[in-house]
Design a protein around this ligand. Structure first.
Ligand SMILES: *Cc1c(COP(=O)(O)O)cnc(C)c1O
Length: 349
């Protein structure tokens, strides 16, 4: 079975061997205060910084998911209000979780629109780099335009769950970047990564939130000594380490993903049965494609695909029934893309 689901998504094939290696290595029964674990954590963070070219002045910690990262931002970084600029279901959900904790300002923009700030009341500005639900993405130039309008002490938090490790991210434009590992990292679900700047850390220190087990200051104090704030997912960290070792430098991954995305957009543009949900090329995602059709055609092509051993991603949120999604994540190889194309050529008009 080949899966194009955009999360949980295809796991790198080598993970099968890494699982066995993890067991044999003995790390799974090590105490997380032990030297071998601390060394593993340290290596994994170093590798992540190196492979994803994370600049100096940024720190890395692991949490349980992107959803947890939403909450960490709210608890530890928002003084009074956050501003959420979004066009889809994940950005909306983030705003909704945040609104349970503090006041939020919501700035909605259209599917084919570039973002604009319009109003700005929040001391943290929340962006979704790649909106997995509808296949849109923020170009670096759009983020630049946005942050030019912000006051210098505003913190920019970016949900990059379905683009981190697939695309080279403009780290310096954000203070907090986060993702879960079950998307572009090609790992089984169960961990999240947060990358945060000194500026974010200063804000956390000024707020001095220490109420929660996952207050950023407490997490940071632990991670800066290669410790964790709770018994960690040692297996997840081990697999993460091995996947990172094998990962090509992000510039190379980025170029391949963008080239394959251009090819896929071109490919899906040829059918009268379907249209691209996002028409404006400037905002089309390179890592998640959303393809639109009638409910009947969407249902039927998903079923036929399953029979052919191919899982297409369901639509999400308001596009649940009239779209399907195709992940263009690094763990998916070119042969699988060829199988996908052949299937569509044989089953579509
Ligand atoms: C998948 C996804 C999430 C949620 O990830 P979890 O691992 O379930 O917390 C959040 N934001 C975006 C953009 C996503 O694609």
């Amino acid at each position: 079975m080949i899966t194009f689901y955009p999360g949980p998504s295809k796991v790198y094939e080598d993970v099968e061997g890494y699982l066995q290696d993890a067991f044999k290595s003995g790390i799974l029964q090590q105490n997380h205060r032990s030297k071998p674990f601390m060394q593993l954590l340290r290596d994994t963070i170093d590798l992540l910084k190196q492979k994803l070219t994370v600049p100096a002045g940024y720190h890395v910690c692991f949490v349980s998911s992107a959803t947890e990262a939403w909450e960490v931002v709210s608890q530890s970084l928002v003084r009074k209000q956050s501003t959420h600029i979004f066009n889809g279901a994940f950005g909306k959900k983030w705003a909704s979780y945040a609104s349970n904790i503090h006041s939020v300002e919501k700035v909605n923009f259209g599917l084919n629109e570039e973002t604009s700030l319009r109003t700005f009341g929040g001391d943290v500005v929340c962006l979704t780099h790649n909106e997995t639900s509808n296949g849109t993405q923020l170009a670096d130039s759009q983020i630049v335009k946005l942050i030019q309008q912000l006051s210098s002490d505003a913190i920019v938090a970016v949900d990059a769950t379905s683009s981190m490790a697939g695309l080279a991210l403009p780290w310096q434009l954000g203070d907090v970047w986060f993702a879960s590992v079950q998307k572009c990292f090609g790992l089984p679900a169960g961990m999240g990564v947060m990358i945060y700047s000194d500026k974010a850390l200063n804000r956390a220190e000024a707020i001095a939130d220490r109420k929660f087990y996952n207050s950023l200051l407490f997490i940071h104090e632990n991670f800066s000594q290669f410790q964790t704030h709770y018994t960690p997912n040692v297996l997840g960290i081990y697999l993460f380490n091995r996947v990172l070792q094998a990962l090509e430098p992000i510039e190379i991954v980025d170029a391949k993903i963008k080239k394959r995305a251009a090819d896929l957009y071109h490919f899906f543009g040829q059918f009268s049965d379907y249209q691209l949900l996002v028409q404006n090329e400037a905002v089309q995602s390179a890592t998640v494609l959303a393809i639109q059709s009638s409910e009947e055609k969407v249902q039927s092509i998903k079923e036929k695909a399953l029979q052919a051993g191919i899982t297409l991603g369901n639509g999400y949120g308001e596009f649940k029934t009239n779209t399907f999604r195709i992940a263009n994540f690094p763990a998916i190889n070119n042969q699988e893309i060829e199988v996908l194309k052949r299937f569509f050529l044989q089953n579509s008009n």
